[in-house]
Write a protein that binds this ligand. Sequence first.
Ligand code: UDP
Length: 322
Amino acid sequence: MKILITGGAGFIGSHLAEHLLRSGHKVCAIDDLSTGRLKNIQHLLNQPDFQMVVETILNETVMDRLVSENQVIFHLAAAVGVELIVKSPVETIERNVLGTDVVLRLASRYMRKVLIASTSEIYGKSELVPFKENDDRVLGPTTKSRWSYSCSKAIDEFLALAYFKEKNLQTIILRLFNTVGPRQTGRYGMVIPRFVRQALAGEPLTVYGDGMQIRCFTYVSDVVDAAVKLLDEPKAVGQVFNIGNDQGISIAELAEKIIQKTGTKSKIVYIPYDQAYEEGFEDMRIRQPDLSKIFHYVGYKPKVQLEQILDHVIRHFRENEI
Ligand code: UDP
């Protein structure tokens, strides 16, 4: 099959491209390299079944051609990382809403199946864990820019579901929880690559808030596995799925684990949220997916657990990023 990946030079996009090529598909990646990196897909450039287009998905002329040439679209191009979102709210909102509008409009013109990457930020600060796909969303006020990310992705979800309902377009929503693995950079705030880089450089590990907030980390190969399983399941069309790992850890405990695994002399420093992000920043205390729906539809269960995830990421940093 011919498959288009928007955000194909990003962290998750590059792993997905690799997997699809290995399975015998032809892959075209489009990426404007705003947060994606050519380095992520360098090793794929000499493969005849891989094509890389460096362009924004807002360029409708280019996108029209790419959507018409491919049968399926994985739409991963989006503003990522809480730090980036807080610093550049205009870019976040426009990139997410306008980008998805272009993708869905063109997909509808050529009737192409679209799998859209969404986010666990959708659930907001609800503490009713584990989160189920149909749970209510609990969000803070519009004066706190963090929530713009949740809302912009919610518009993407509404739009994708509306295209399915009204125009019969085959859309599937992938609600991704904290995903980690090689090639993820800590530049936009993601905690594991940041802590690992800090530990290996002998710098203090920066725990925000009291460190008691809990996250569940998913290895990128599990996310790719789930996405591909959903692509192949006709009953998944028009549906929303949590994709993640349901084993949680507090951020303070995570920092200790990384210190112990790397053998660094680094210490932990606690930084108030106001200082780390912006005044009045609100975090989620706990975020955990309910995975029963995706298990029911395609038998998905995460295979890689935190100990192994950290080993892989530490090895990757030691070999590539220092
Ligand atoms: N975090 C932290 N130190 C850092 C970066 C992040 O303590 O250097 C915290 C962050 O405040 C959040 C958790 O780690 O509570 C996960 O952050 P990340 O940005 O990876 O993902 P989020 O869950 O915020 O989407």
